[in-house]
Write a protein that binds this ligand. Structure first.
Ligand SMILES: [Fe+2]
Ligand SMILES: [Fe+2]
Length: 285
């Protein structure tokens, strides 16, 4: 008897989550409808969030920060990481799906077409490189998905909030007050967000890009805050200011997918120059 291929999680590929988010915020779509619609029509996405919300505890996040924040996974160039990420293929339909590099270039080319600064274009190009976490063996629920603070009460603005009932932190009263383990308006740099590809690429790029770029990288999946205005009580005035950039970035991440397939070979020299302008040949991952 043939055995079924081993799948890492409920999603066919990590881009299935990106597609879900893009669908969620599709223009003109009634926000109250999306959950009901997607839970039924997309059980794998619902199952993904069930796992994500149940397993992203404060203890888990601290463990992953200890493991990855020191950047001990070796030296790689940005290109090496992009090529490495490209090996993360969706087995469902390799002909029609965009490769990871193509998604990154669609995002950055859309930013470039709008005349934004070079650091902004580069940010678009690298924003999802943190997904290499999948290739280190992390489950999908610890790589993609909406991010949210841990160690304090969950906002009902987070998608599928009812799934937090299965998170062990719900039993810890200290973690379930409005501020939890944090101080009022302490600033997001002092807040632990659920672990995933945002935090990881932020850590990798931290020494090389300007602050607005770092906010875009670090909080691009924090939809409860940048789309729904939640967690203002933890944010500083500086965070508020910087979130204008996160909001500026978001449409390029969500809506550039419909654009023409970028010609990676043709664009390679431009991106090689752009990367070299900000990053040394190899950086720590
Ligand atoms: Fe992302
Ligand atoms: Fe993305």
């Amino acid at each position: 008897m043939a055995t079924a291929p081993v799948r890492q999680g409920p999603l066919k590929g990590v881009e299935e989550w990106d597609d879900f988010v893009a669908g969620r915020y599709r223009e003109g779509k009634d926000q109250s409808q999306f959950r009901i619609y997607d839970e039924k029509a997309n059980p794998s996405v619902a199952e993904f969030y069930r796992l994500n919300h149940a397993n992203q505890t404060l203890a888990f996040v601290l463990e992953k920060e200890n493991e990855y924040v020191p950047l001990r996974k070796g030296k790689k160039s940005i290109w090496d990481a992009a090529k490495y990420l490209n090996t993360l293929v969706d087995d469902s339909d390799p002909d029609t799906d965009l490769s990871q590099i193509e998604h990154l270039m669609q995002t950055s080319e859309a930013i470039r077409a709008d005349g934004h600064p070079r650091w902004f274009i580069l940010t678009g190009f690298i924003h999802d490189l943190g997904k290499v976490l999948c290739l280190y063996g992390e489950p999908q629920w610890a790589v993609v998905g909406d991010t949210f603070p841990v160690g304090c009460a969950y906002s009902d603005q987070i998608v599928f909030p009812e799934y937090f009932a299965a998170n062990p932190d719900i039993q810890v009263p200290e973690y379930q007050t409005l501020y939890g383990i944090y101080e009022p308006n302490c600033g997001l740099e002092n807040v632990h967000l659920s672990w995933g590809h945002d935090e990881y690429i932020y850590r990798v790029a931290k020494n090389y890009l300007p602050e607005p770029a770092l906010y875009m990288l670090r909080y691009h999946s924090f939809y409860a805050a940048h789309r729904h205005g939640a967690y203002r009580h933890l944010m500083s005035a500086h965070d508020e200011e910087m979130f204008a950039w996160v909001n500026k970035f978001n449409p390029y991440d969500l809506y550039s997918k419909g654009a023409a397939k970028p010609n990676v070979q043709e664009l390679m020299p431009y991106y090689t120059g752009l990367i070299a302008e900000f990053f040394p040949e190899e950086i720590d991952w």
